[in-house]
Design a protein around this ligand. Structure first.
Ligand SMILES: O=C(O)c1cccc(C(=O)CC[C@H]2O[C@@H](n3cnc4c(=O)[nH]cnc43)[C@H](O)[C@@H]2O)c1
Length: 216
């Protein structure tokens, strides 16, 4: 089975890549792809990769922010649905997305009721991890106003900059997929000193390695 593991940056999956270097899995051939930060880079790199070497299964792994302050830093979740958080128009004080202004239809493929849903049905050896809903944005949210706007409109649990692009590409290409996110920070007024990036990367990579080791 051909498996693609993609991340926005090298540092997010470096421990996993180091682990892979010493392995020869019998049941799967793993390729890694560093897609770049944000939806545009991710979509381009995934499209190119899928066209040149279509995987049987794709994993996106990355760090992310979460909205709920009761969550522990380093918590790892599987994102089961994604929404686009900042593709639309400003109408004075209001933000309207492409569905609100009828430029997209709520059930226009690959959307279901405005969401990019992963049915998680064809995921091999689905890990026993909590699932969470994601919102994807181009600018990391760092104000109370944006946090509240996203919460009111999309009710997300996790925020990233690439998730929706990954869901979109995999759904359209009918490639089974799994988005793994490890929490590095709360979505709040920006204070980089509170971010736990190293912890999030450790937990993310431990989860990835455990997943492949269990399987092979
Ligand atoms: O400002 C900095 O110095 C800085 C240094 C390292 C990383 C960053 C990021 O903003 C990381 C963006 C990257 O990580 C994901 N991520 C992590 N937390 C969040 C979040 O709260 N909201 C959205 N994305 C987040 C994201 O998917 C990017 O790939 C800044």
């Amino acid at each position: 089975m051909k498996i693609l593991v993609t991340a926005a940056t090298t540092f997010e999956i470096q421990p996993f890549m180091d682990h892979l270097a010493g392995k020869n899995y019998r049941n799967c051939q793993v390729t890694t792809l560093i897609g770049g930060i944000g939806m545009m880079h991710t979509a381009y790199q995934l499209g190119r990769q899928f066209a040149s070497s279509r995987p049987d299964f794709a994993i996106q792994a990355g760090i992310a922010g979460c909205f709920d302050h009761s969550w522990d830093m380093g918590k790892v979740v599987i994102i089961d649905k994604e929404q686009l958080g900042d593709l639309g128009v400003e109408d004075d004080q209001a933000y309207k997305d492409l569905f609100d202004i009828q430029l997209w239809q709520p059930d226009q493929a690959p959307f279901t009721n405005r969401q990019l849903i992963n049915p998680l049905q064809n995921v091999p050896h689905l890990p026993e991890l909590p699932t969470a809903s994601g919102v994807t944005i181009n600018t990391v949210s760092g104000s109370e106003r944006t946090r509240q706007l996203l919460l009111d409109k999309y009710k997300p649990e996790v925020e990233s900059m690439e998730g929706a692009a990954f869901h979109y590409a995999c759904l359209l290409e009918k490639i089974p997929f799994m988005q793994l996110r490890s929490i590095s920070n709360y979505v709040e007024v920006r204070d980089k000193s509170k971010w736990k990036i190293q912890l999030a990367i450790k937990e993310l990579n431990d989860t990835l390695i455990k997943y492949f080791e269990r399987w092979n």
